[in-house]
Ligand binder design. Sequence first.
Ligand code: AMP
Length: 494
Amino acid sequence: MSFDDLGLSEEVLRAVSDAGYTDPTPIQAKAIPHVLMGRDILGCAQTGTGKTASFTLPMIDILAAGRARARMPRTLILEPTRELAAQVAENFDTYGKYHKLSKALIIGGQSMDDQYKLIDRGVDVLIATPGRLIDLFDRGMLLLSDVKILVIDEADRMLDMGFIPDVERIVGLLPKMRQTLFFSATMPPEIRRLADAFLMNPREITVAPPATPLEKIFQGIVTVTRKERGRGGGGYQKFKREALRALLEKEDVRSALIFCNRKRDVDILYRSLKKHGFDAAALHGDMAQSARTETLGKFKAGEIKLVVCSDVAARGIDIIELSHVFNFDIPTHAEDYVHRIGRTGRAGREGRAFTLVTPEDGKYLHAIERLQGRRIEEIHAGPGKPGPAARAKQDHAEPEKSASPRQSAKKSGQKSDKKSDKKSAGPKRDGKPDDKHDGRRNEQRGQKPGQKPGKQPGKQPGKQPGQQPGRAGKDEGVVGMGDHVPAFMRRPAR
Ligand code: AMP
């Protein structure tokens, strides 16, 4: 099928052709004709499938007829993060270049006055993160009674981030007679229920994830086994930084994202890389929006080679040239691993993804390998002793019966996304509502705040916290208590 068969206008087709696209992706081919007909859509698709264009292209044509009225946007697109919202806005610029459409990007961290001025003039498209939109609404700066099309993008991510109550409130403010396009990468029961509530007789479209990591991305793990003792800090961190530098020098890196699980570690690693002469920048949810936008812009333009980032800041970032992804910390959810490494190997290009793994990361590695149905190759890249440390632990790890790594994380006593993020997504609306859980999730699930990275007492049967892998003797751990050894039994005997 070609773009010409989808019912799009000449102008949109010209813009698509200018963008260099010849054929629609499966989600575009399946969704666009139905959106143009006014049908609701329930799309099960993730970033990388071309889903953004599947709703922006027909929306541009629908919006071409009619005019915006002051403070009454005609369409509303809800995105979970500022970066995704900004990316959708860019899509409107790219594909709407032969139309005269007005849009406003309503995200935290930017001047509300400027956003209000745009809305006051009248906008065709409002692209927003839920928190800031509600702020503006509550201040009487905007009316939602003229919204004819609603797009809810990345619904499962909204759920993860605790935004669903906000989304429900926003939907309640919209006219009942509207067209709704609802996208989610996964369809857990909560999302299905929401879709049932928001959509009327939707056209259901499911597309396969984009080129699976298995096929197009070379994946490797580097085991970092030596542990820093004393001086009260670092754990494996110093050795992970060494291993990362060795990898960066060994690999032909054109541009790379380097993921840390916590914002604090993003800063530490970024400063360390700079100190060692690498061309690096940092990206996380605590940074001012202007700094985030500037960093992202420079990265996309090829002016910065390495960006050290947290999950939320990097979610959905679409950089075709990205040659590498490095996981400085292994993600505690296997799905996050797939999202992270999916930033590379895009649009038919080769990608390479490497993960630093400590002996205590075995169960996370296990979950990732189980999700993919195969083992990840072990690479030796510098100071970390090569060896099966993480796997050895994994083999001793308590069997995880649950099919979903999210469930297994819950099982192991870690808080669920929903609960922990809801807590943090509470009433605080200080200009960065979309990222307020950034990085905290891993802290809450994987480690207690303030706990040293890599130290997880009670997680490893038979090991003293802080004990070197494979060492026996005086430090030998408690045997026979499974995973639930009381802390006092782990204290060394005097
Ligand atoms: P998305 O899933 O919307 O994040 O899009 C992923 C990437 O695919 C973006 O870089 C788009 O510019 C690109 N893309 C979207 N539609 C097409 C198409 N029909 N052909 C080739 N690339 C596309």
